[in-house]
Structures are given as C-alpha cells and as structure tokens.
Design a protein around this ligand. Structure first.
Ligand code: F6R
Length: 655
C-alpha cells in the first residue's frame, strides 16, 4: 500500500494551474506563474517537471513560499523543459502535503493537477481500488491519474494504430501543424468522458517530455501561445510575462501543447479550432507597481478602470455599444422582464443596477443571488433577459444560473472583466468591464466597472426599446464619463478615513446603513469589512433598522450611514437623517458619508466623510470608495493580509 484511505473527502477547487512546454527551465517558468496565480488559492502548492526520463514532483501544504523554501533547502534539481504547477484551495479536508497536487498513478509515470470537483470520484475510487490500485491521498484528483494509467496501458497494448484517432487531421493553434493525437491526449479525453462535475486537468507523462495535455469542463483553461513554447493556465496572468497571444479552450475539449504547436480536440477526438485572441494588458498590470498590496494599487486604479469601462461606448450614431451582441434589436424590444444574477460584490452591483434599469426602461427587474436562482424554478422564457455579472467569468454559481436561463430560452447578457472566460462565451451578449487584472481577492475596481457597465446596459435597453431618446442617452453617458474625475477627487480625500479605520481596529462589530442605491453600498461596505478584517459587519436598509436590528445598537458601536443626496432624493434624505439620529440617540458612534454641501447631517455625525455631489444613480461610484479604504486600512491595522484573506479565493469555481 502506498497510503491509507480515510473516509474524509478532500476536493480540489478554485485552484491556480499552469502547464509549460518549451525551451526554458520549466521549474522557473512554473514557479513564476504560480506566484501570479496564488491569489486563486493558497492552502498548498506543488510542481512536476519531466526531464531526462524522470518525472519529479514536489508539493507542500501552506503558501507557495513553503514549497519554494523546501525546494531551496533541499537543493532539489528539477531539470527539464516540460512542467506544471498548482496552487490549491480545498473545500473539505485538510490542506496537507499528501493532498497537495500533483497526484501520480501507481507507476509514478503520470502526474495530474486539477481544479474543480469530480462528483463521481467515490465510485471511481472504489472501482480503482477493487482493481488493485493504491490511492494515497484523500482527493478526488488522484483517481484521474490512475484512470489515465489504465487507459494509456490499454492503448499501448492495443498497438499504435488504435491509439490515434485522426492521424494528419488536426488543427494547430500556431506554429507547425502537429502530426496526430498523442497517446496521453487520447487517454485524457477518454477518461474525461467518464468524469462528472467540473474540472480543469493538466497532465504530464514521464515518458513523453515535450508534451503537456489539458482538458476542461465548467472550469477555466486558457492557452498561451509563445514562440517555441506554450502554456496551459487557469488565467492569462500565469503566462502574461511570456506571451500576450492566447487561445480559448471550449467546453469539453482537450488541448495538446508541444513547443511546435497546439492542437485542440473535443472529448470524442474530433479536432476543433480554438479562438485566438490578443491580451490587451501586459505583465506590469499584474504587478504591485510600488504598492505594498495589490488591493491598495487596485483601489488607486479606479479612475482609470472606470474610464476604461466607459471608453468608446457611444457610437457615432449615438447608440450604446456592447462588446458582443448575438441578439437583434427586436430581441431586446421583446424583453418584458429582467433578472440579474451574480454573487458577492457582483450581486451588490446588480442591486444598484435594478434602480437604474427600472427607472430608465420601466421593465420589472429582479436581482437574485446566482446560487439561489435556478433552485427556485424562476419563471423564464424567451422574452426574459438575464444579466449575469461576474468579474472572473468563471463563478460556477453564476455560470449554472446562466445555463439554467438558457435552457429555459431566456436571453443572457454578461457583464464580465475576463476576456475569453466561460460566462461570456455562454451568453448572447457581452459587455466587458475592461478594468484590467484584479489580483487582490477583494473586488474593488471591478465593482466600479460593474456598476458603470450596469448603467450602460440600462441605457442600452432604454434606447433600444425607445424609452429614452438618443440625446437623453448621450447626456447620461456624458455625465457618466465625468465620473472617473470625481472618483479621483474622492480618492484624494480619504486620508481621514484611514485614520478613522486605524482608530477602530479593536471594534467588535460595525453596522452599515443606506437607502435606495445607498443600501447596496452599505452591503458592499459590510462585505469588505467581513472578508478583509474578519469582523462582524452587517448592512441594512436604514428604514428596516427599527424592525429589529436596532436592538444591536449599544454605546460606542460604529454605525456607517450612506446618505442620499438632499437634492436628488430629498424625501429619502430627510428619512436617513432621522435614522442617523435614532442610532445616535442609542449611543452609536456615527460615521456619515454625505455629499459636499449637505449641512443637515453635520449635527449628528461623529465622523463626517465627504464625497462629491453627483446624480443619485451614479452616487455609488463615489460613496463606495471610502468604504473600501476603511475596510482595507482596518484590516491592515489588525495585521492582516488584505490580498489573500483567509478561506477565500478569487475565482469560486464550485457551487
Ligand atoms: C468580494 C468578492 C466576491 C466576488 C464573488 C463573485 O470582494 O470579490 O464576493 O464578488 O465571488 O465573483 P465574480 O465576480 O468573479 O463572479
């Protein structure tokens, strides 16, 4: 026995993956790729390199630094120019050395790394054990290594003719055409057909240097196309330092990468064309650029990120332009209701969108957490528009909501930050937020991009349906395009917010209140504080407070209130000022976010944070900023890592 089986189920999810084949030392390429991917998951890491007829692996629990230390101290040489690496984020079971990837088969010839969940792994494992295979880890991944072992042996026994399905008939992503399907490729696609669930897999074989093979279903995999080298990765940041040419891999496809070319097949072995694209940002965008944390850099990048989202959205004919549109204007005119599906911060952007979409289009609009959407059997048909918002484009809850919507014939429009990711590919129309890479786990600049994109979609719908005239839409866009400057001004005034956050580092809890679009902003402020500072924080509609949560108020409790404009929403403004008085009367320490010139709040604000005046629907683009800074600074004051908060991963590819 190589190990013992426990009843514990350890699954591998949301991980960072990189595979490399070329002329450079693979270990260096893979480790530098993993450093860029570590934000995806960081509870263990591992590498494998093929060279000189040997497959060498190393893996360690903990952050990538643990693995690098072990490699340095052991002086372990891993020569070879074919390799792969993995950072893991597990949902169940301990992040131990044994459960870290890569996983190997009984012979030690096959190594596998994996992102996702293989739902039928228990039955596959029983089958393998009954056949005499010895599995050493508790992971679902390891079954794949053993299934590949069987499949490769079976094909070898059957002879060369049987192991190549389509000799000479291939599509090459770049470089010279590749001759025929490799035995490892064939074995992987055969094995993939047996797997249920979501997976990205990358495979190396000891006896086949110069080839790295990958496959995907409901989980991200992108190919980097270099000169004489290729990369397989969870996202482009892993290889952006080497190449900006990329190839999308579709659902249920296998990719075979060699230095001289890349070939893609479906799971039946039919060659398919991948879609090539150029990545429009470079390696410097994914570096800290002098900031101690990515999050601080990304907060500061918001004026440019917002400007990039908004750039070029109005055509010369005065029409709002989406990035991809596979629906006709008539399809949009036929829409009679809108659902927005998203998770976490993207869900909060969706809540803001509802106010704009209903106001501008007069269409009913519901916002739903993607994880709940399909389970309650929503009423959908071809006149329903589902808007899916996702920074990563890979969030499985959102992807499944999209698939459900399409099965019910609804139209799907994606708002996404990641070109080539799954959610936009599964959608009928796409608007990219173009905020550049966001490495900090907590969403900041992409939230602003999502809010702006939602506003654009609202204007697009209103225009297409004839509810707003072209000049009205142009006036809104013009005002929106002035927002990056207001964002810049707001960020220039947040130093007192940092001081305030530091003074509250020992607080036990913080409440956030808002009304109208201030309510989603309050939710977002609370989420940021929870995820970064590990502090109890709740967001409430200010009017709802008196129906229960006001009992939480005790002397000294910090309560942040997002105040609507006294000009735009005069009736609401008065009510929120009353709400501030209510909590202050019960001893709360009030932190009030109000627009310049709003003097009504002054008597009731223990701390007053000013933001520039803007129209009501655009206000979240500035009121959110102090809350991001507040959470980030408070977490730093508590000595926490704001880029990689505990238990979280940037891209959540499990349901
Ligand atoms: C919070 C955060 C998460 C994400 C959520 C959805 O700061 O980042 O709540 O917003 O996991 O992720 P995407 O937008 O990639 O679908």
């Amino acid at each position: 026995m190589r190990g013992t089986r426990t009843g514990l189920r350890t699954l591998s999810n949301m991980c960072g993956i990189i595979g490399y084949v070329g002329e450079q030392p693979a270990l260096e390429v893979v480790l530098s790729g993993l450093r860029r991917l570590e934000y995806r998951g960081y509870d263990s890491a591992g590498v494998a390199v093929v060279g000189g007829g040997v497959l060498r692996t190393a893996r360690r629990a903990g952050r990538l630094a643990n693995l690098e230390k072990v490699l340095d101290e052991s002086g372990e040489q891993m020569p070879g120019t074919t390799g792969m690496g993995h950072t893991r984020w597990a949902t169940h079971g301990g992040p131990t050395d044994v459960n870290a990837h890569p996983h190997t088969d009984c012979t030690g010839a096959v190594a596998v790394i994996h992102n996702g969940i293989i739902e039928n792994f228990a039955e596959l494992r029983s089958e393998l054990e009954a056949a005499g295979h010895e599995l050493s880890s508790e992971t679902d991944t390891e079954v794949v290594a053993h299934l590949l072992e069987i499949e490769i042996a079976r094909a070898a026994a059957a002879g060369p003719a049987a192991s190549s399905v389509s000799s000479g008939s291939v599509s090459s992503g770049f470089g010279q055409p590749v001759a025929s399907e490799h035995p490892v490729t064939e074995a992987l696609r055969v094995v993939c057909r047996r797997l249920r669930g979501a997976f990205t897999l990358v495979v190396l074989h000891r006896d086949h240097p110069g080839v790295v093979v990958g496959a995907r279903r409901n989980s991200p995999l992108v190919v980097g196309l270099g000169v004489g080298e290729a990369f397989l990765a969870s996202d482009v940041s892993a290889f952006i330092a080497h190449t900006r040419e990329a190839l999308e891999i579709g659902q249920d496809q296998v990719v075979e990468a060699r230095p001289e070319g890349v070939t893609v097949y479906d799971f039946d072995g039919t060659p398919v064309e991948g879609r090539r694209y150029h990545v429009d940002w470079d390696a410097s965008a994914a570096e800290k650029g002098g900031f101690p944390y990515f999050m601080l850099k990304e907060i500061s990048e918001q004026p440019e990120a917002l400007a990039d989202t908004l750039r070029g959205r109005l055509s010369s004919e005065g029409a709002i332009v989406l990035d991809e549109e596979r629906l006709s204007d008539q399809d949009f005119r036929d829409i009679d209701k809108v659902f927005i599906v998203a998770c976490g911060t993207a869900y909060h952007a969706g809540l803001i969108a509802k106010y704009a979409i209903e106001h501008w289009t007069r269409l009913p609009c519901e916002v739903e957490m993607a994880s709940e959407f399909r389970y309650r059997d929503p009423v959908l048909d071809r006149s329903t528009l589902v808007i899916a918002i996702s920074q990563s484009g890979e969030t499985l809850d959102t992807l499944m909501a999209v698939k459900h919507a399409r099965e019910q014939k609804a139209r799907v429009l994606a708002i996404c930050n990641t070109n080539g990711s799954t959610i936009p590919r599964e959608s009928d129309a796409v608007l990219y937020t173009r905020c550049g890479p966001e490495v900090g786990v907590a969403a900041t600049k992409t939230f602003l991009g999502q809010v702006a994109a939602c506003l654009l979609v609202g204007l697009f719908l209103a225009q297409t349906r004839g509810v707003l005239y072209g000049d009205e839409v142009a006036a809104y866009v013009d005002r929106l395009q002035r927002m990056p400057e207001l964002v810049r001004r707001t960020l220039g005034t947040v130093e007192p917010v940092r001081e305030l956050a530091r003074s509250l580092a020992d607080a036990k809890a913080v409440l956030f209140l808002g009304r109208h679009v201030g309510y989603p902003v309050a939710l977002e402020g609370a989420l940021k504080l929870k995820e970064l500072a590990y502090m109890h924080a709740e967001g409430f509609p200010a009017g709802e407070l008196k129906h229960g949560p006001i009992a939480l108020i005790e002397p000294g409790l910090p309560v942040v209130v997002v105040v609507p404009s006294p000009r735009g929403r005069a009736n609401l403004h008065g009510k929120v000022v009353s709400n501030i008085q209510e909590v202050r009367a019960r001893g709360a320490r009030t932190i009030v976010i109000a627009e310049d010139g709003d003097t009504d709040v002054e008597p009731y604000a223990d701390h007053l944070i000013r933001v520039p005046a803007t129209s009501s629907l655009f206000a979240p683009l500035v009121t959110t900023l102090p809350l991001q800074v507040f959470a980030c600074e408070l977490a730093l004051a508590r000595g926490l890592d704001v880029d990689q908060p505990r238990n979280l991963a940037k891209s959540v590819t499990v349901e």
